[in-house]
Design a protein around this ligand. Structure first.
Ligand code: DX5
Ligand code: ZN
Length: 220
């Protein structure tokens, strides 16, 4: 089982890679020193865009040994969670308001022996879902509205990371916080200081003139 509790990890999002050459994208992530591969699954319902589903996860599984960090932006994720895991997901996160029974969904994920987590869009009330934290191996805080790569980081996200951190303290939980959306070399320090230790980065890595250096800076 993968370890997500050590140091700062970078999870480059292949949403920013060349969709016609995804195998090369994950190999690049490996070569550049990425710790895992962030896979953005969008269903055209929970979010406007459509990306890819289980077959892509299965195909990528054959191309890399890196953990696949699967972010489900889909309604009723419980319908597909087991299939995503069978296809090779190592981490499965979903948006709790999109689920009919988020606790059950989290239990399915953990029951299959992979890491579980819920994702907070910027307008979702964190307190409303804190009772689910005990079923989570990580919490993902969106720093843009889910649905599109290449957006600008929302500065108020720092307070939301701190808020999650304070709930952890209250509940005596020691799990990592992942942050996703608009993360770059400029804001990485602030998100780490706020309490995030897993940084998703799409465009800042894939559009960098030196992606390995960018990942190194994000991790530093
Ligand atoms: C947004 C996705 C993000 C996105 C990040 O819906 O969840 O993972 O790919 O891309 P950047 O880093 O370009 O904002
Ligand atoms: Zn994502």
């Amino acid at each position: 089982m993968i370890s997500i509790n050590q140091g700062i990890l970078v999870s480059p999002s292949i949403l920013a890679s060349d969709f016609a050459n995804m195998a090369a994208g994950v190999k690049d992530v490996e070569a550049w020193g990425g710790d895992m591969v962030h896979c953005d699954v969008m269903d055209g319902v929970y979010v406007k865009n459509l990306t890819f589903g289980m077959p892509m996860i299965k195909a990528l599984r054959k191309e890399t040994k890196l953990p696949l960090d699967v972010h489900l932006m889909i309604i009723e994720p419980e319908r597909y969670i087991e299939q995503f895991i069978d296809c090779g997901a190592d981490i499965v996160t979903f948006h709790p308001e999109a689920s009919k029974d988020a606790e059950h969904a989290l239990k399915i994920i953990r029951g299959k022996g992979v890491k579980s987590g819920i994702v907070f869009n910027p307008d979702v009330d964190i307190d409303k879902y804190k009772h689910l934290f005990k079923h989570c191996d990580m919490i993902l805080v969106m720093s843009v509205f889910a649905g599109l790569g290449g957006q600008k980081f929302i500065p108020q996200s720092l307070d939301r990371i701190k808020k999650v951190k304070s709930i952890f303290e209250e509940m005596k939980l020691d799990i990592p916080i992942e942050v996703d959306g608009g993360i770059n070399e400029e804001n990485a320090k602030a998100v780490k200081e706020a309490g995030a230790s897993i940084l998703v980065a799409g465009s800042s890595v894939f559009n960098s003139p030196n992606p390995a250096k960018t990942i190194e800076i994000l991790k530093a």
